[in-house]
Design a protein around this ligand. Sequence first.
Ligand code: ZN
Length: 108
Amino acid sequence: MKGLVYGGPGKIELKDIPKPVIEKPTDARVKIIKTTICGTYLGILHGKTPSCKHGTTMGHKVVGVIEEVGKGVRNFNKGDHVIISCITSDGTCEYCKKQMYSHCEDGG
Ligand SMILES: [Zn+2]
């Protein structure tokens, strides 16, 4: 598959990347129908976000169709149409229980 990959300040490239796999029981693999980049990436491209590692696949606001779910996924199934938020959360940690999803211990 193709991905827009960050290669350091000022460098992005459309590259062949491996198809994602289910790594954790709560993972889902989604076939992306539409995605975009956002203003966050302008800062990354200007080298203002050192936590973004070289090789990061960009595009974190997505609509798509679920292709596969892990055994721990309860509320979604293969074939469901979904919107993926730019903030991921597990819904179970103390931060999620306080609705502070961007601080999720298994997301963010
Ligand atoms: Zn959480």
